[in-house]
Design a protein around this ligand. Structure first.
Ligand SMILES: [Zn+2]
Length: 226
């Protein structure tokens, strides 16, 4: 199985006998369950050996919403696809825990999912610069007159914009929300007011940024209604 640990990053480990009724592992190996584990680290390519596990917390997506459940799967997909073994990211672990908690109670998965995407991009050093134009590098601020456009690696200012970018317009209000998300911690309550239009524009931007880094569109993202 693949675990994402706070201290060691991604770990591929063998849990011998985990499916037996009486094993050293509590029945805690559901996807997204948080556990305290003991494992033996093997050198080179061999799988690590899991020897003990204690369930701390299961993932409880907001009742009645498949989107919150898929939001959790999406967190798992990004952790698995964008992190390497033996490369610890304790802050990313904390961001994942906070994101899953929010998916348990927030009305919309939007803030939890978007904050987690920003955290993962930041932690792997792939966060686009959302404060300047990707072409001319001039400052992009919410007070800036006019609109911006979404590119694969960030935003394009109105001077560099072309008519063919029109379908990916990004308004200053969306930029203000995005900057607010970048400046608040993942664990903070999801209380930023976001309009439907801003959600749409920010989701387009984040999907482009994540797909760019993954080299494909994420599998679970299209299942989430924000
Ligand atoms: Zn520009």
């Amino acid at each position: 199985m693949t675990l994402f640990t706070r201290d060691f990053g991604k770990v591929s480990a063998l849990a011998k006998g985990a499916k037996r009724l009486k094993s050293a592992f509590e029945s805690g190996f559901d996807l997204l369950a948080r556990c305290r584990v003991v494992f033996l680290h093997k050198s080179t390519t061999a799988l690590d050996l899991l020897t003990e596990s204690q369930l701390l917390e299961r993932f409880h997506p907001r009742a009645g919403s498949l989107s919150h459940l898929y939001g959790g799967y999406y967190v798992a997909e990004l952790l698995n696809a964008l992190t390497e073994e033996d490369d610890p990211h304790p802050l990313l672990y904390d961001a994942a825990v906070a994101g899953l908690e929010h998916l348990g109670r927030d009305e919309s998965p939007f803030l939890a999912v978007t904050r987690f995407e920003l955290a993962v991009l930041f932690e792997i050093g792939q966060l686009p610069d959302f404060y300047s134009c990707t072409i001319c590098h001039s400052d992009i601020a919410p007070g800036h007159p006019g609109r911006f456009w979404v590119s694969q690696s960030g935003l394009i200012c109105s001077n560099c914009g072309r008519s063919e970018y029109q379908p990916s317009e990004f308004h200053p209000g969306s930029l203000a929300v995005l900057h607010q998300l970048l400046q608040t911690e993942a664990g903070e309550p999801g209380e930023i007011p976001v309009s439907a239009q801003q959600k749409k524009e920010i989701r387009r931007l984040m999907t482009a940024a994540i797909s760019h880094v993954l080299g494909r569109r994420p599998k679970t993202l299209s299942l989430i209604t924000m």
